[in-house]
Design a protein around this ligand. Structure first.
Ligand code: TGC
Ligand code: FAD
Length: 392
């Protein structure tokens, strides 16, 4: 049935492709976000403060480890459900989605996929319940896009190893109880270690003065002769494929999350365009503003289809790194473009904290940079297309 006036961002009826469980999960997250996060997030972002009390709320709705088995505290859900969770959270704030992405995809997932049974049992239930918060240390001050060049390393000292080096730009590091850290062994092979808060020589200073992800806490990880028990080394992976495997999951979640930010900007702009009167008419009556809205809805719809199809491939274990790169790259770029257009549609009001658009826009500058920059994802696709790696 056609309507003359559409208020939906489910323009292609993608909800019809979702199961009852997907819809229940999405609605539960949306409800919690609208009740507990939306009313406070702007204030936290303005003060550059991390709303730590929300960790418990995220745990209660099952946002930590939703795809992991129930026996470890996970949700036993599929990847579409995970995508819907990140979408609903990022609809409110990318920084809050970051907290969830890191805990689920970059801390719990590697412990599950690469860890020993003892490590799974020790860490996963506590991370799922929000008792512990984790962070993921791959990037270094001089090795961002090229993590293979990392300098952080450890030496073998019988029952433990000694870790030295530093990591930079680490989401959640100042508040984390554990850090999954990627470092080179004496043979120069990359391995993952679980470093715990309180280990001597380990510190996690906060990075200040961010104009982006202000409600998310970011820091460094510094290792000065830290003695890490060998039992804390992830036994089942070696090489860059360890951390890059985690990134596949987190990038997938971001591809969905960015749609949430785009929808929030689009809906804000649409509502404003219908209310704001200039030249005696709502600005939404002018063709150029209608064109902006038409393009936004089109791009959101395309991004939704990309994410949904990628989710079905992921559920079938068939999603490739290059497919994930395409979705992360496209959807974040799409969201950032919509945020900039929506900001303009609000005129001067668009730069204030009375509306969420400027916060989304600034947040998305980080999202388009972390988990592989926009350019690096183009190169991953270029490699796939030509067989020639341009980053070497
Ligand atoms: P390359 O030679 O291509 O590969 C090295 C080894 O890794 C394997 N591999 C993968 N394995 C699993 N999953 C993937 N996605 C994989 N991609 C590659 C590959 O088969 C090979 O294995 P092996 O066994 O033969 O050694 O690696 P390269 O050094 O040439 O680098 C390629 C490049 C540039 C694409 C890669 O380094 C890259 O993706 N760089 C971007 C770095 C990045 O994304 N950093 C993110 C840091 S974490 C973060 O930002 C968290 S923000 C979280 C938040 O707040 O939400
Ligand atoms: P660089 O690698 O120095 O890149 C600078 C520019 O050069 C970019 O435009 C890039 O695209 C371009 N470039 C680099 N190499 C090439 C090439 N071969 N060809 C063409 N162009 C190239 N990391 C973690 O490990 N854990 C985290 O939790 C985490 N959280 C983050 C949170 C925030 C808020 C931010 C901003 C970053 C976070 N990061 C984290 C780090 C993030 O992954 C890196 O910033 C990102 O990978 C880029 O690295 P870089 O900043 O060193 O930029």
């Amino acid at each position: 049935m056609s309507t003359s006036f559409s208020t939906t961002t489910d323009f292609y009826q993608i909800d019809d492709l979702l199961t009852e469980e997907h819809l229940l999960v999405r609605d539960a997250v949306r409800q919690m976000i609208n009740r507990d996060v939306r009313p406070i997030i702007e204030d936290y972002a303005q003060r550059a403060a991390f709303p730590a009390h929300l960790i418990q709320k995220f745990a209660e709705i099952g946002a930590f480890g939703p795809t992991l088995p129930v026996e470890y505290g996970g949700g036993g859900m599929d990847y579409i459900a995970y995508g819907l969770i990140t979408q609903e959270i990022e609809r409110c704030d990318s920084g809050m989605r970051s907290t969830v992405s890191v805990q689920s995809s970059l801390v719990m997932w590697p412990i599950f996929a690469y860890g020993s049974e003892e490590q799974r049992q020790k860490y996963l239930p506590r991370l799922a319940s929000g008792e512990w918060i984790g962070c993921f240390g791959l990037t270094e001050p001089n090795h961002g896009s090229n993590p293979a060049g990392m300098l952080t390393h450890f030496t073998d000292e019988s029952d433990h190893v000694v870790l030295n080096g530093s990591k930079m730009w680490i989401t959640n590091s100042p508040v984390a109880d554990i850090a999954v850290v990627w470092a080179k062994n004496e043979q120069g092979r990359i391995q993952g270690l679980i470093v715990e808060k309180g280990m001597e020589g380990f510190s996690a200073p906060e990075i200040h003065n961010k104009w982006s992800l202000r409600a998310s806490v970011t820091g460094e990880l510094v290792f000065d002769n830290v003695k890490v028990p060998k039992a804390n080394i992830l036994p089942n992976v070696e090489g860059l494929r360890g951390p890059l495997g985690c990134l596949d999951n987190a990038r997938y979640g971001i591809a969905w999350g960015a749609i949430g930010a785009a929808i929030d900007c689009y809906e804000t702009a649409r509502n404003y365009a219908l209310e704001r009167i200039q030249f005696g008419k709502p600005i939404g009556a002018f063709q150029i503003q209608q064109q902006k809205l038409a393009e936004m809805l089109t791009e959101i719809t395309k991004a939704q289809l990309l994410a949904w199809r990628l989710g079905t491939l992921k559920n079938a274990g068939k999603a490739t790194t290059a497919q994930i790169s395409m979705a992360k790259r496209n959807n974040v770029d799409m969201a950032l473009h919509i945020a900039r257009e929506a900001r303009q549609m609000l005129g001067g009001m668009g730069i204030t904290g009375d509306y969420p658009i400027m916060r989304h826009m600034m947040n998305l500058e980080s999202v388009i940079t972390y988990e592989g920059t926009h350019d690096i994802h183009a190169l991953i696709l270029g490699h796939e297309i030509t067989g020639i790696p341009a980053f070497k």
